[in-house]
Design a protein around this ligand. Structure first.
Ligand SMILES: NC(=O)c1ccc[n+]([C@@H]2O[C@H](COP(=O)([O-])OP(=O)(O)OC[C@H]3O[C@@H](n4cnc5c(N)ncnc54)[C@H](O)[C@@H]3O)[C@@H](O)[C@H]2O)c1
Length: 429
């Protein structure tokens, strides 16, 4: 497979061209022949014009790539090495929603031929690839696992908005269903990954490694959020405590905040779901999830208390929220907890304006039902820094004062203005 791909005798198909799929497809297309497949025709139309619909990749990255973008299932029949990078969300009961993964698996199963490889990159629970996907591949293709086709799992570790840790300079974990496929898959990823490959001992190990990376992060942030709730009662600034504690060599660097997006706030549920199937109730992971899922409501309540201490009628208060994406310097608004905070504030009768230089106003209106404003409308009783976009980090006390009514408060969920405020009223997590 490796040699045939390099000689362009065989083709790679990347299924699902989003934040994960498009970068991998383009990187591979610099070296091998690639078909980029997505069910969304509007996204394919943009990619054909060298436009990344997720706004992460510059048009130049498409230059010189040997890639054919398509939403026609028949086109992927020509491929022999399939990489699946489709979403793995949770449903409204916070259970894994495998529909996109199984649907993409079925698409591949229908065109799978003897000798082909299928590698999953979507984040799943340990066992998902071999217990949920492989049987479907067998059923739809009529082929036999391992003897007719090989499967692997190679989790994606890219971090949206992070210009330092990019696809090629992050160590990639790979795995295969047997020794031959494990080596072949590792060599194929080595074509593009400069940081090197870590060969996991099995598909399950690779699946588990990915899901615990994000779960570990979720639990650590939950700890910070809990500290913030405690220190808030004690009138101690959490960021000051963390800065002091951080002078110890083995103190871990995490900060409180809203945990949204499609990874950190979602993946732990995949692990707790599978662990429950084995009869283990994952207490630490679930506790972390409960804290982080409740953080937006807690912040809104604290903001309301601050306003009540300053003004007699909070229903007459006007707030400006800076940032609505799920994290800094990205346009991605999926599962943003800022929206939840906004709804909570509105439920107290507080008027809320939201600004965000990175988010698409149309997407926000469609997804969350509120209109972003271009510029502040008058002055506010409070300004909430919800997302630390670079643009906001550059603001000083004078900029914030301009947004506030006399006596108004800066509410800083990210602790970015902590050392800049001397006269304005200030609260941070
Ligand atoms: N975004 C990240 O930074 C990141 C990082 C590491 C891992 N992951 C994981 O990678 C996977 C993909 O995430 P993403 O952020 O790229 O998602 P995404 O929503 O940005 O992209 C997924 C793409 O798949 C397409 N798609 C959906 N169903 C399909 C199907 N049946 N056939 C073909 N295409 C289909 C969608 O149209 C979309 O373009 C998820 O499991 C996610 O948890 C994401």
């Amino acid at each position: 497979m490796y040699q045939d791909l390099l000689n362009k005798k065989k083709t790679v198909a990347v299924i699902g061209l989003g934040y994960v799929g498009l970068p991998i497809a383009l990187e591979l297309a610099k070296k091998v022949k690639v078909i980029g497949f997505d069910i969304k025709e509007d996204r394919i139309a943009l990619m054909r014009k060298n436009i990344d619909p997720s706004k992460e990749i510059k048009p130049e990255a498409f230059d010189g790539c040997d890639i054919h973008f398509t939403s026609d299932k028949e086109d992927i029949r020509k491929a022999s090495f399939y990489i699946l990078t489709v979403p793995t969300p949770i449903d409204k009961h916070k259970k894994p929603d495998l529909r996109p993964l199984l649907s993409a698996t079925k698409t591949v199963g229908e065109v799978l031929e003897k000798g082909d490889y299928v590698v999953y990159e979507s984040t799943v629970y340990p066992g998902c690839t071999e217990e949920d996907c492989v049987p479907l591949l067998e059923r739809t293709s009529g082929l036999e696992y391992i003897s007719d086709f090989k499967v692997g799992f190679s989790p994606e570790r890219i971090n949206p908005g992070d210009k330092k840790h990019t696809l090629t300079n992050i160590t990639k974990v790979t795995s295969g269903c047997d020794a031959v496929s494990a080596e072949e898959i590792a060599k194929i990823y080595e074509i593009i990954i400069e940081a090197g490959i870590y060969r996991a001992s099995s598909i399950k190990v690779a699946e588990a490694a990915k899901v615990i990376e994000n779960t570990q992060r979720d639990i650590n942030i939950a700890f910070m959020n809990e500290l913030s709730m405690v220190f808030n009662k004690m009138n101690i600034n959490t960021f000051e405590v963390l800065e002091a504690a951080g002078t110890k060599w083995n103190f871990l660097s995490f900060f409180p905040g809203l945990v949204g997006g499609h990874c950190i706030g979602v993946d732990p549920y995949y692990l707790t779901h599978k662990s429950a199937m084995y009869g283990h109730h994952a207490q630490i992971i679930n506790a972390g999830r409960a804290i982080n899922d409740g953080m937006a409501a807690w912040v809104a309540k604290e903001v309301a208390i601050k306003l009540l201490n300053l003004y007699t009628n909070i229903k007459e208060c006007k707030l400006l929220v800076l940032g609505t994406t799920f994290k800094e310097n990205v346009s991605d608004i999926r599962n943003s907890k800022v929206a939840e905070m906004v709804y909570e504030l509105q439920s107290f009768g507080i008027y809320v304006d939201v600004m965000d230089p990175c988010a698409d106003p149309g997407e926000v209106a469609e997804e969350y039902g509120y209109e972003l404003i271009d510029k502040p409308s008058g002055s506010y009783h409070g300004v909430i820094l919800a997302v630390s976009h670079d643009e906001y980090k550059q603001m000083g006390e004078a900029d914030l004062a301009e947004l506030l009514l006399p006596g108004g408060m800066v509410m800083d969920l990210k602790g970015v203005f902590r050392n800049k405020i001397s006269s304005l009223k200030y609260w941070s997590l």
